[in-house]
Design a protein around this ligand. Structure first.
Ligand code: ZN
Ligand code: ZN
Length: 422
């Protein structure tokens, strides 16, 4: 019986020119979160042509494509499709010049600065390889193209749209992300690989007045300043040095003019944690400090908390990772390595958590290996433009190929005749 990786991987070379053109097209047509209409239509059309059963508009713009190929496990492969509200500054010939209206009606630049265009291309390519080599595997492939990862809503909106009732339950859920790292490498990890991320808006209420009459005011600027400083004591004074966490107040807004004391102030903060208990603790501490600072200022009412986004921890299943590791090591040799957890967050794990299915997520390096080696030698790795930088620009050769190979190896570890399950 044919071995899936050995028969399909040699076909990648012939596919690359077409996939590279597809990638550049997606890159030049980025779409904001939950507005991925063009991308979704392109995906649906291609998957239909390949013979998949396609369901569109799952959770607004999500696309689910199913290929049933006999007895065997159900494997879900996931790619996210959205771009970021920022102007691209890579100077690439295929850089985005797109602008669009965000959810607040503001005109913004749009760019694939997180590399989700690569994720879509990888999954389309692997779907094509799997369709062309049906004799080398058996089971069911569930390809999921997800909207709105950057706003933490896409996976949830797909699950809320009846994923569990509408599609076969996967035996495993697999996903990958392009990251800073030598191109050609694949980083896997058992256990926590990505932090949880929580973003909150906190509105603090004071009482406005003339700037010359502070005694008639309750000054929300002082309240916000002192809250911001005190919030920094959560990580430095309340969390054990053995744990790690981040709390950033990234936005602080109050007032319009130097001689007016405003009515209120608004903080926007972002938190990253690597443990569910630490996360719960910090959310409580944020509330406690905000409320206590308002009380200390004699605020007329309690602060108002709004969740802007909430990403759960990504905790890779041990047995799933062990199987992946074997598959990656067999194909990539020393180019597969065990990575450290990243202080970045994803809503990928929502599928596995809600469905009760083991999952694993891994990284594919996208940095020119020479540039990476030079930066590493000069201890300047932090100067390489990372995901969400306007200069983030994965090198296509060999990143495009590596992501295809990694996802193919992963799918084969469950579906291929060579897999442990077969
Ligand atoms: Zn991102
Ligand atoms: Zn991303």
């Amino acid at each position: 019986m044919p071995n899936l990786v050995e028969t399909a991987a040699p076909a990648i070379g012939a596919l690359l020119p077409e996939l590279e053109a597809l990638y550049k097209d997606l890159h030049q047509h980025p779409e904001l979160s939950m507005q991925e209409f063009r991308t979704a239509a392109l995906v649906a059309q291609r998957m239909e042509k390949l013979g998949y059963e396609v369901s569109s508009e799952v959770g607004v713009t999500g696309v689910v494509a199913l290929l049933r190929n006999g007895e065997g496990p159900v494997v879900m492969l996931r790619a996210d499709m959205d771009a970021l509200p920022m102007a691209e500054a890579t100077g690439l010939p295929y850089a985005s010049t797109v602008t669009a209206e965000d959810e607040e009606g503001v005109q913004v630049g749009v760019a694939h600065s997180c590399g989700h265009d690569l994720h879509v291309t990888w999954l389309l390519g692997v779907a094509q390889l799997m369709a062309a080599h049906r004799d080398a595997w058996s089971g069911t492939l569930l390809a999921v193209f997800q909207p709105g990862e950057e706003v933490g809503r896409g996976a949830r909106s797909m699950m809320d749209d009846g994923m569990i009732e509408r599609f076969p339950k996967p035996d495993v859920i697999l996903g990958q992300h392009v990251m800073v790292g030598p191109a050609g490498t694949v980083g896997y990890r058992s256990g926590t690989i990505l932090s949880a991320g929580d973003s909150l808006k906190v509105k603090l209420f004071g009482r406005g007045s003339h700037g010359s009459q502070p005694q008639t005011s309750i000054d929300p600027v002082i309240m916000a300043a002192s809250t911001t400083l005190r919030l920094q004591t959560i990580v430095s004074r309340e969390i054990s040095p053995r744990e790690s966490a981040v709390l950033t107040v990234g936005s602080l807004q109050a007032g319009t003019k130097e001689n007016i004391i405003p009515d209120d102030a608004t903080l926007k903060l972002n938190m990253r944690t690597f443990d569910d208990d630490v996360r719960e603790y910090m959310l409580g501490a944020i509330r406690r400090i905000c409320c206590a600072e308002c009380a200390a200022s004699n605020a007329p009412r309690e602060p108002e908390f709004t969740t802007l986004s909430s990403y759960p921890l990504t905790v890779n299943d041990d047995a799933t990772t062990a199987r992946l590791r074997k598959a990656f090591e067999a194909w990539f040799g020393a180019r597969a390595y065990e990575t450290q957890p990243a202080a970045a967050s994803e809503d990928f794990s929502v599928f596995g958590r809600e469905w009760g299915v083991p999952y694993a997520f891994w990284f594919v390096g996208g940095t020119d290996p020479e540039i990476y080696a030079q930066a590493e030698a000069a201890k300047k790795l932090n100067e390489i433009p990372s995901n969400h930088s306007p200069k983030f620009a994965p090198v296509l050769d060999p990143t495009l190929r590596t992501g295809l190979e990694a996802m193919l190896c992963a799918a084969a570890a469950w579906l291929g005749h060579e897999s442990e399950a077969a």
